[in-house]
Design a protein around this ligand. Structure first.
Ligand code: SAM
Ligand code: SF4
Length: 431
């Protein structure tokens, strides 16, 4: 979501004649877009400001703006502690960025813009052309969260659940597709809670699937509580909907899930997977896990391992519990840090093993890959398969934007390598 926000900040600032530079010390304005999910986010801001200060030691100071969730949560402290910062702008206020920059150009007083103007934000953004022209683009369709998991800052930094107008979203997808995008990832903190005047995520998917030049649709991040039957059915009905579903579970223990206020059980979770696989046997899962949540016993941890072995997630993102100020679990007694680290290592070893086995099974298989760009190595192209695996292929033909059937010849932990196949498989993949 921060990538989408950063692109939109660029689109907005073009209106006041700012353009992107890849050379830091040439910048007139420096925007640091931040995430506050885990610890050290604020330290990273101070570190980054230190780097900018160094770059501009013998030059005029650029305008320095801190955007995103750290600005939302700790804006006043940042402005007080680091005088180099001109303004902080929360994730729901960045549509005001041009006024902020123009104000700062006139007047050097530090500003804090952290209102929750989410309706106003998207009203403004809807009128600014989305210039993203990547083969695979992101589109924020939903923001905020009403779930209040006890460990999580999102409901406090991004505010309540809000869904954008389906008409505006279809318009923005058409814009992205006319810019050259072939794949769109629909984004939201709870993307499957999308509900605009009764139109759900499945309705939006079926609307945008009608756009001919759009070849692939993904969505992330889903919450098990909002995984409704219509969305499951969409995985049967919509061939453009990709079969990898990122469905964070956090723990394999119902006791911990309840303590976290996750609002779903392991049985609910497994039931969703069962239904998904019934409508589409190609479905694969990835998930997020919090290891060492306060009160996690060895038995709870083993239930998490059991779940991982049972579901065989093709990617598992695991984090040690990080106590976030302002959340209900901040004051809970933490488990021993060494024990948490030990569990994380065990967890990661098992999930890596599962991932390796899955990837080895892909050897010699023929799979469709959408190519996104040429790599720095000559004649090598980077693309992704339907399950979002990175694939590298050598070709003399420009593959950018094309979908080709690829025979996988080599696998590593993070990349698949292959060759173009002449074999045609179940669909017409002309792009
Ligand atoms: N909405 C999604 C869901 O329901 O799970 C997750 C969004 S959250 C922004 C991304 C991931 O960060 C979570 O799935 C969780 O695993 C991790 N996370 C959030 N707060 C955390 C914390 N306090 N400590 C460790 N990991 C955390
Ligand atoms: Fe955070 Fe996701 Fe829970 Fe919302 S549902 S509070 S975003 S972890």
């Amino acid at each position: 979501m921060n990538v989408y926000d950063s692109n939109r900040i660029l689109d907005l600032t073009k209106k006041i004649n700012y353009v992107l530079t890849n050379t830091i010390n040439e910048a007139d304005c420096y925007v640091l877009n931040t995430c506050h999910i885990r610890e050290k986010a604020t330290d990273k801001v101070y570190h980054e400001i230190g780097r900018v200060k160094k770059e501009f030691k013998n030059k005029n100071k650029p305008i320095v703006l801190i955007a995103g969730c750290v600005a939302q949560a700790e804006g006043d402290i940042l402005l007080k502690k680091e005088r180099y910062i001109d303004a902080v702008v929360g994730p729901q206020s960045y549509h005001k960025i041009n006024d902020m920059i123009l104000n700062i150009e006139k007047n050097s007083k530090p500003f804090n813009y952290t209102d929750f103007g989410v309706i106003e934000k998207f009203d403004t953004l809807n009128h600014i052309k989305n210039s993203d022209s990547k083969i695979s683009s992101f589109l924020t369709i939903q923001e905020g969260c009403d779930k209040f998991c006890k460990f999580c800052v999102v409901p406090y930094t991004r505010g309540a659940e809000f869904s954008r107008s389906i008409i505006e979203l279809v318009k923005e997808v058409k814009q992205l597709v006319s810019n050259g995008s072939k794949e769109i990832t629909l984004l939201g903190q709870n993307v499957n809670a999308y509900n605009y005047k009764g139109k759900k995520l499945s309705d939006l998917i079926s609307e945008i699937a009608k756009i001919d030049a759009l070849k692939r649709i993904r969505y992330t991040t889903s919450h098990p509580k909002d995984f409704t039957e219509d969305l499951i059915q969409a995985h049967k009905d919509c061939a453009k909907l990709m079969p990898l579903i990122h469905l964070p579970v956090q723990s394999g223990s119902n006791r911990i899930l309840e303590n976290m206020n996750r609002k779903h059980t392991i049985e609910d979770y497994l039931q969703i997977i069962k239904k998904l696989k019934k409508v589409n046997p190609n479905i694969k899962l990835s998930s997020d896990f919090i290891i060492g949540y306060p009160g996690e016993t060895q038995d709870d941890f083993e239930k998490t391992l059991e779940l991982v072995r049972n579901v065989k997630f093709i990617n598992s993102y695991s984090f040690i519990f990080s106590a976030r100020p302002g959340t209900p679990s901040f004051h809970l007694k933490k488990i021993d840090n060494n024990l948490a680290k030990e569990r994380l290592l065990i967890f990661q070893k098992i999930s890596k093993q599962i991932k390796t086995e899955y990837r080895e099974e892909l050897l010699e298989k023929t799979i469709p890959v959408l190519f996104e760009n040429k790599t720095k190595n000559e004649n090598k192209y980077f693309g992704r398969d339907e399950c979002f695996n990175s694939v590298i292929v050598e070709s003399h033909e420009d593959l950018t934007g094309k979908i080709k059937n690829i025979i996988i010849t080599k696998v590593s932990q993070n990349t698949l390598f292959g060759e173009i196949s002449s074999k045609l498989i179940h669909k017409d993949f002309a792009a």
